[in-house]
Design a protein around this ligand. Structure first.
Ligand SMILES: [Cu+2]
Length: 290
């Protein structure tokens, strides 16, 4: 099955190469898109583009015009894609790029869901494309690794809320700064999964799986955080409306818990109605040694 699919792709690639070849030899095609390029996208640090982590990864980019002058007020498009060695591709949740500022700078934020390698074995290749009309696409291949200090991602799943026959997946990413005392500001990014190519940020007044049998209009979202999974009162997180949720918690030691409900249905992690985020063994041992 896989071999057959790959063979078909090869034939398609050959066919499209031939078409391009014909057009090129004709020499009558006056549409040279390269000559229309007005803007130049670049990474502020080329080193930054070489790596990424599971969870929040920010790439800082810069936009200039052909005269080398910073361009402000433009919002580039962010497209992360992983070509799996297994023969298929998938995207990753992201919150896009900010508007370029007076210096032409913009932050593009990806929440990677998969490492480039696991147990020393390559899983595939990530490509991050940053696009803007009238600019050549900025493309780079970060090596994505798993941070080892704390849980960074937990999936909670719908019950009656499904995509096809399977429970709808909600990715909860923890991008909080590590706390050294009992007070901690928790920052979460929550996205849902429509397909392997589409992970929209979770926010009220949005529609998931639009145009399908699984369409879900998101009328209410509640995100609760606690350091005690048996607590009767949890802290309600607040949102900026773009999938980012924050909450301040007290009495934090090494673990916090997150509950999520969408349209009053509580999302589940197996039999549990909460997600668990805890420091890794290595980090707890390291801290105890100090
Ligand atoms: Cu992958």
């Amino acid at each position: 099955m896989l071999l057959k699919t790959l063979a078909q792709i090869s034939i398609l690639t050959m066919a499209s190469t031939l078409v391009i070849g014909c057009g090129g030899s004709g020499g009558s095609n006056g549409n040279n898109s390269a000559s229309d390029t007005k803007y130049n996208l670049s990474l502020i640090s080329a080193e930054e583009g070489k790596t990424g982590v599971i969870g929040k990864t920010v790439y800082s980019i810069n936009l200039k015009d052909d005269d080398g002058i910073a361009v402000y007020g433009e919002i580039p498009t962010l497209k992360p894609m992983m070509a799996m060695n297994a023969g298929y591709s998938h995207s990753s949740p992201h919150s896009g790029c900010t508007e370029t500022n007076n210096a032409g700078n913009s932050d593009c934020t990806v929440y990677f869901i998969m490492a480039s390698a696991m147990n020393g074995e390559s899983m595939g290749t990530w490509t991050v494309d940053i696009e803007l009309e009238d600019a050549e696409t900025l493309s780079f291949n970060p090596d994505v690794t798993m941070p080892m200090n704390e849980t960074v991602r937990v999936n909670l799943k719908g019950v009656d809320d499904k995509v096809g026959d399977t429970p709808r997946i909600y990715n909860i990413f923890n991008s909080s700064a590590i706390a050294n005392n009992g007070n901690r500001t928790i920052e979460l990014f929550i996205s849902s999964k429509e397909t392997g190519m589409s992970f929209p940020a979770l926010a009220t007044n949005t529609t998931l799986s639009e145009g399908t049998d699984d369409v879900l209009s998101v009328d209410s979202v509640e995100v609760l955080v606690s350091t005690d999974k048996d607590a009767t009162t949890w802290t309600t997180a607040s949102t900026t409306g773009k999938g980012v949720w924050t909450a301040n918690i007290e009495n934090y030691t090494d673990t916090f818990y997150v509950k999520l409900s969408v349209n009053s249905e509580t999302k589940m992690s197996g039999e549990f109605d909460y997600a668990t985020f805890k420091k890794s063994e290595g980090m707890m041992m390291g801290m105890a040694a100090k």
